[in-house]
Design a protein around this ligand. Structure first.
Ligand code: ADP
Length: 526
């Protein structure tokens, strides 16, 4: 700990909350610039909406969501339309304040007219989301899963998933939402921080009992009931990869702004907490992504009224210690050096193509061996690591890249955006940058004049800036650019699915920019 500042450069910097290192030029930092902003409820919902517009089936693991207050009329209209066309549909919605956590300010409603508009929505925007009414129950209780995911690198994309996580239980038996039970938080919200205050909360003495258990213990139960846990794991891996693919464009914009390419700076990695709900039919649903998941391995116990003591929590310890230990092993700077001289550590080539569930389930039968132990290749390098348990973090990207790369369209749009940002250190595109983009990609013609380009820029930018959270900079943010890009793609390639229109326009732009670059090189030589 350096409470009064650091004197010497470090190999690894471990911050408690967010990235704030403008004055370091080497090493690795455990936070990405802009991650907190990128995973806020509203920003995440927007990023998921963009992906749902492009790939509706692939992104149906995220509940239908609307952003308040700006989409309130849309929410009301869409719900009315759906109710009219499906009279038996009796939905419930969950309203979650943006930037909230631990269940703070969350409430359930049956009808859009129940949204509490007085004051708070204007001052504190929120997301309203379709409520999953039929979650999977264990011991008649609703629970969610906290999975730890290591984003080891953004470029190239490297993602690891911990083979075990936490299952956090409600403390009142679950009933489908009715007007009578909507307000019962111990029945509907799985937050540990809420349920700990219920008289029914049971501190877990082992990994498979109580109000917080390991995910692997749930999988064992499901497996013994004949559930296809292998498929479940593969759905979860796919959910995690697709979610990170949705987040990377925004993260890259922040990254180039804080750590400009070509200048000395640190590299980043980050442990994220994924909150996932399982539906009754075992389909995983993403609830949220946490940039700062709690790494506490003890809990507070009330000894006598008002007197608390911290006691170890075996479930937290089992899962979290392994995640931090393996993260440090994966980012170990010494490892890099050793890798140069020895054949690799855990590389995608040497890992057999096994799904992690096979490994998790071996816990059921065998000793206390960590899940997946048999699956990993032991460290080739002798040394202190040899004595450590094998990795609990499993690489899923680039390992499964070929199944998901076609989804990375917005990443390529973001690359175009970043290219025209001009002065490093910004996250917004000015009107000149936008015009240069249009001109260099030759997108303007007699049907689409430069005056029309300016109007498109002004319209979209103004709308995004009026609802944006970030008013610090003026100009076009990435999401606004993506919207403009989709508009251009739809104009140019009519009556095709949106993802094809966007892919075609990206290819055209990339091609024209490559040709321009070629020309400039030739002129340079001349
Ligand atoms: P917070 O950051 O405040 O914890 P979450 O989005 O995680 O907010 O929601 C809190 C809890 O509410 C979740 O842990 C889950 O139990 C429940 N929940 C959230 N969204 C949904 C949903 N769409 N359907 C069903 N339950 C949900």
């Amino acid at each position: 700990q350096f409470p009064f500042g650091r004197r010497l450069p470090c190999d690894i910097y471990w911050h408690g909350v967010s990235f704030h290192d403008n004055n370091i030029f080497s090493g690795q930092v455990n936070k990405f610039p802009g991650m907190m902003e990128t995973v806020r409820k509203i920003t995440l919902s927007r990023a998921m909406r963009t992906m749902q517009d492009l790939f509706p089936l692939e992104y149906n693991f995220y509940p239908r969501s609307w952003i308040l207050p700006e989409e309130l009329p849309l929410f009301v209209a869409e719900v009315r339309m759906m109710k009219d066309s499906h009279p038996s549909w009796k939905p419930t919605f969950i309203v979650k304040p943006d930037g909230g956590c631990q269940g703070d300010g969350i409430y359930l409603i049956k009808d859009p007219s129940d949204i509490r508009l007085t004051g708070s929505i204007q001052s504190r925007p929120a997301v309203v989301q379709e409520y999953i009414c039929k979650p999977l129950l264990v011991d008649k209780l609703k629970f969610d899963i906290r999975l730890y995911v290591l984003l080891k690198s953004l470029e190239p994309l490297e993602i690891y998933i911990a083979k075990d996580g936490l299952s956090r239980f409600c403390t009142e038996p679950y009933q489908e939402p009715t007007l009578k039970n909507l307000h019962q938080v111990f029945m509907h919200l799985t937050n540990y921080s809420l349920n700990i205050h219920s008289g029914n909360f049971i501190h877990s003495a082992s990994v498979n009992t109580g109000s917080k258990r390991t995910f692997s213990s749930i999988l064992c139960r499901l497996s013994s009931r004949g559930a296809d846990v292998k498929k479940l794991w593969s759905d979860i891996i796919s959910l995690v990869i697709k979610t990170i693919i949705a987040l990377t464009p925004e993260l890259k914009v922040y990254y180039q702004s804080d750590i400009p390419a070509g200048k000395p700076g640190p590299t980043c990695f980050q442990i994220l907490g994924f909150d996932i709900l399982l539906m009754k039919n075992l389909k995983p649903v993403l609830l949220e992504v946490n940039a700062n998941p709690s790494m506490r391995i003890e809990h507070e116990q009330e000894l006598s009224p008002g007197v608390f003591e911290n006691v170890p929590s075996p479930v937290d310890e089992e899962v979290k210690v392994a995640v931090i230990r393996d993260t440090l092993r994966l980012v170990d700077p010494q490892k890099k050096k050793r890798k140069d001289t020895q054949l690799g550590w855990v590389t995608p080539e040497v890992l057999p193509q096994l799904s992690p569930c096979a490994a998790v389930c071996c816990r059921c039968q065998s000793s206390g061996q960590a899940p997946g132990a048999s699956e990993e290749v032991p460290d080739a390098a002798p040394g202190p690591e040899a004595a450590l348990p094998s990795l609990c973090l499993k690489q899923v990207f680039p390992k499964y890249a070929k199944h998901f790369s076609y989804l990375r369209l917005v990443d390529r749009v973001a690359a175009l955006f970043i290219r025209f940002l001009g002065v490093k250190g910004t996250t917004k595109l000015g009107p000149t940058g936008f015009r240069t983009f249009i001109r260099n990609c030759k997108l303007s013609n007699s049907n689409f004049s430069m005056a029309a380009v300016d109007i498109l820029y002004i319209d979209i930018t103004r709308r995004w800036n009026s609802m944006g959270i970030d008013h610090k900079e003026s100009g076009m943010c990435l999401q606004a650019f993506v919207e403009a890009f989709f508009c251009l793609a739809q104009r140019k390639y009519k009556s095709r699915p949106l993802h094809e229109q966007v892919a075609s326009l990206i290819e055209l732009c990339e091609c024209r920019l490559a040709a321009l670059r070629g020309k400039r090189l030739v002129w340079g030589c001349g």
